[in-house]
Design a binder for this molecule. Structure first.
Ligand code: EPU
Length: 417
């Protein structure tokens, strides 16, 4: 079993370069199947979720070549084969293949997608979009058979601004006949990144980044070259680490507006941050003040940074409140933080953190990706040695985590035990 061993309480100095966004890459890779020929993606992070998608592409007879950060995907020999549950259950994004295969072949058979166990994650909004675009759906024991005689544009009013449903609706609508309007669309930067790539391929999408996206369907798309945006959650995680133990730590290759909800709160708490056009510098000399946050859809405070942020709040002076509004079960890191010495109580959707508390290293478990990030932050500020088990969750989302942190002075290694 692989574990992460961390000796905490080292000041970090130097520069951390942010990789391409996981949640863009996992949508862009399936989206390449909509186009004929070859698409070249740059800034593809080396993380295990991408390896699963690569295996899925190969299964669909798509040729994939990877070379230092880029991925060449040639769809010339694409086949509509049923994707085995062993692959589709490994990540949430596998259901983007549902959309692209439906759009290309008007038939797809696939299981319910996987993903972190952070609460119920229904796909009703995606299925609603498929139906409104002309598909019929048979469901049996989490196996879906989705087909259409013809896909035709429509108005799709989403009940909530779901990231996945917005992406799935876009992926089908680009090749459907006529006009589609996605109302109450999600506005996350990863959706805009996908729309930009699809437009380079020849799609006609407007309004992305707002809550109403308009798509005029086209008959075919061609491969293109596309650079994936930097990962705002990775950038946010390292910024949090910098606010705790950074010594003028540089977080490089970021889009500052994408993490504004975090940097605004950190500044209010008293953190010392200099924000530049594509990097920031953060220092940890000041005592942070307690604060209250509530997770929201973009541009609000991201749920994916909530867990690492709770760790930061254990060092802030006073009582902080964190309300999780997106997922039911995103506080699984808290029992471990409390074992390490934090003082956190959870009632319903709200965590109350009393700080500052000193954390001490011990053995903890990464129950999901961002819980892993929370415990990583805790291990870096704790006295002594922390062992984080189940790090496969963490490695799903953070590229070269050991190298990046070692380069700036952390004592961290992956060990096989
Ligand atoms: N929801 C429904 N019905 C739906 C879709 C969503 O009820 O049909 C609910 C979900 O239960 C959930 C909420 O709406 O409570 C958010 O779901 P959404 O569809 O917006 O999220 P997602 O597409 O499943 C993506 C990211 C998540 C990130 C969320 C919110 C990917 C692959 N995943 O998930 O990332 O938390 O958006 O920003 O893009 C992560 O990276 O750790 C992660 C979980």
């Amino acid at each position: 079993m692989k574990v992460l061993k961390v000796i905490g309480n080292q000041k970090l100095t130097g520069s951390i370069r942010i990789s391409g966004a996981k949640n863009s890459a996992v949508a862009l890779i399936p989206a390449t199947l909509l186009a004929s020929g070859t698409t070249t993606l740059c800034n593809v992070p080396h993380i295990s979720d991408i390896d699963v998608l690569t295996q899925t592409l190969k299964y669909l007879n798509v040729s994939v070549k990877r070379a230092s950060g880029s991925m060449l995907i040639d769809t010339t020999n694409l086949k509509n084969v049923d994707i085995p549950i062993e692959l589709s259950s490994r990540l949430r994004a596998s259901y983007y293949f549902m959309s692209v295969l439906l759009a290309r072949f008007k038939y797809v058979k696939m299981h319910f997608p996987g993903g972190c166990q952070i609460g119920s994650r229904p796909i009703d909004q995606t299925l609603k979009a498929f139906r409104l675009l002309g598909a019929t759906i048979e469901e049996n024991d989490d196996l879906f058979i989705i087909q259409a005689k013809k896909l035709k544009g429509n108005i799709i009013p989403l009940d909530m601004p779901s990231v996945g449903a917005t992406i799935n609706a876009m992926l089908v609508a680009v090749l459907a006949e006529g006009k589609t309007v996605i109302q109450n669309a999600a506005r996350e930067p990863e959706i805009a990144d996908l729309a930009c790539m699809l437009n380079k391929m020849g799609a006609n999408i407007e309004g992305y980044g707002t809550s109403e996206i308009t798509i005029i369907g086209v008959s075919s798309l061609q491969g293109c070259n596309h650079d994936i945006i930097p990962d705002r959650i990775e950038a946010g995680t390292y910024t949090i680490i910098g606010a705790l133990i950074g010594n003028y730590l540089k977080i490089d290759n970021i889009i500052p507006s994408h993490i504004k909800s975090l940097t605004d709160v950190l500044e209010e708490m008293g953190a010392d941050i200099e924000i530049h056009s594509d990097y920031l510098i953060i220092d940890s000399q000041k005592q942070l003040k307690a604060t209250n946050i509530k997770t929201l859809h973009y541009p609000g405070f991201p749920t994916d940074l909530q867990q690492p942020f709770v760790t930061l709040l254990t060092s802030a002076k006073g009582v902080s409140h964190v309300e999780e509004t997106i997922y039911e079960n995103r506080f699984m890191n808290i029992p471990y933080l409390n074992k390490m010495g934090a003082n956190i109580q959870v009632k319903d959707k709200i965590a109350t953190i009393l700080g500052p508390t000193k954390l001490k290293g011990l053995e903890v478990k990464a129950t999901d990706l961002r819980a892993g990030a929370s415990l990583l932050v805790a291990s870096l500020i704790a006295e002594g040695e922390t062992i984080i088990t189940d790090i496969n969750h963490l490695l799903r989302g953070y590229e070269e985590i050991v190298e990046k942190l070692t380069n700036v002075g952390a004592k961290i290694e992956i060990k096989e035990i």
